[in-house]
Design a protein around this ligand. Structure first.
Ligand code: DAH
Length: 337
């Protein structure tokens, strides 16, 4: 054997050792690999030592140094791994097996989503289907077709987020009324949930983007009686059978007459019951029906719009709307079902 061959054999032993050591997991396995690799009487290092004596005398110094280096590297690795495995074993023995397992984390629906789903289910039973419209809307659908006069303050730049000359982020879900009536012939009964956008500050009671739920019923012979009966029935189902509701006059350009519906709620703050406005509503303005291409002499309808976030707040006694946007798991978890 030449010196080069000897050095190569040393290198090979050094290269093989880590993989062999990595699989040792018990004291007896460590003793075994230790013997195989660096045992004094047998094993690969012992073989190298035997060959060392057969090398020419001038090569022995380098060869000896190489073999010693490999030996101490392998021994260090063995000691390190063995200490690690022993420490892990001690840790395992010290584990408290009666400790409850860590709970598996499950996501849940957002409280506002839950409100929308629940309301959608009630209106589904009353014959309404879901309709959706775009969040980037035109002035025609968001304002003009809904009977907003050209100088209505809602159209101002400081109230509305414009995307271009004629396009904007819809300020309400009412444009879905006209889009639906253009697409489907009456009878129409739809519920339209979706995001809306306004230039509002983000404070305890306002958010620049929030959810709305729009409702629309159009057919021949629909009257204010249908509006009152349907919305009262909705309130009874949503809030409980004994809940009182009341209607009062209100104004929106796309309804005539316009109204608001209040529900008597107990927010659980010890102050007893109070009236809370939960939606705006009214009979669809003839101009809106005409803008959608319908004969307003033949068809009538009613509509409503509400903010499910407000409803979730009044239902759960949530004091600040911002918590609904915070993604704080400690808050959201409480609604997990
Ligand atoms: N679009 C109104 C808003 O954003 C809400 C509304 C009021 C919708 C009355 C309606 C309605 O359909 O009849 O404030």
């Amino acid at each position: 054997m030449t010196l080069d061959e000897f050095l190569l054999a040393c290198q090979r032993l050094a290269d093989d050792a880590p993989a062999r050591i990595a699989v040792a997991a018990s004291p007896s396995e460590f003793a075994e690999v230790r013997t195989q690799l660096v045992g004094r009487k047998q094993g690969r290092l012992a073989d190298l030592m035997a060959q060392l004596a057969a090398l020419p005398p001038e090569a022995r110094r380098d060869a000896g140094r190489a073999v010693n280096e490999v030996k101490s590297r392998i021994e260090a690795l063995l000691d390190e791994r063995e200490a690690l495995v022993a420490a892990a074993a001690r840790g395992a023995a010290a584990q408290d097996l009666t400790m409850p397992a860590r709970r598996r984390w499950r996501g849940s629906l957002h409280p506002v989503t839950l409100v929308i789903d629940e309301i959608a289910e009630i209106f589904r039973e009353l014959g309404f289907t879901i309709a959706l419209g775009p969040e980037a809307e035109t002035e025609f659908y968001n304002f003009t077709s809904l009977n907003f006069p050209a100088d209505h303050p809602a159209m101002e730049l400081h109230d509305t987020l414009y995307l271009g000359d004629d396009t904007l982020l819809r300020t309400h879900t009412s444009p879905v009324q006209v889009r639906t009536l253009q697409q489907y012939a009456p009878p129409v009964r739809i519920l339209a949930p979706g995001n809306v956008y306004r230039r509002d500050f983000f404070d305890a009671t306002h958010a620049p983007s929030f959810m709305q739920l729009e409702g629309l019923a159009v057919d021949e012979g629909i009257s204010f009686v249908d509006l009152k009966a349907t919305l009262s029935e909705f309130a009874r189902r949503f809030y409980g059978g004994t809940r009182r509701v009341r209607f009062g006059p209100s104004y929106f350009p796309f309804v005539e007459p316009g109204a608001q519906m209040d529900v008597e709620v107990d927010l659980g703050d010890g102050k007893g019951t109070r009236w809370v406005e939960i939606l705006g509503c009214g009979m669809v303005h003839p101009n809106v029906l005409e803008a959608a291409g319908l004969d307003s002499e033949r068809y009538t309808g009613w509509a409503f719009g509400m903010g499910p976030a407000r409803i979730a707040m009044s239902r759960h006694g949530i004091p600040d709307i911002r918590i609904l946007y915070d993604s704080d798991v400690r808050f959201l978890e409480q609604f997990a079902r």
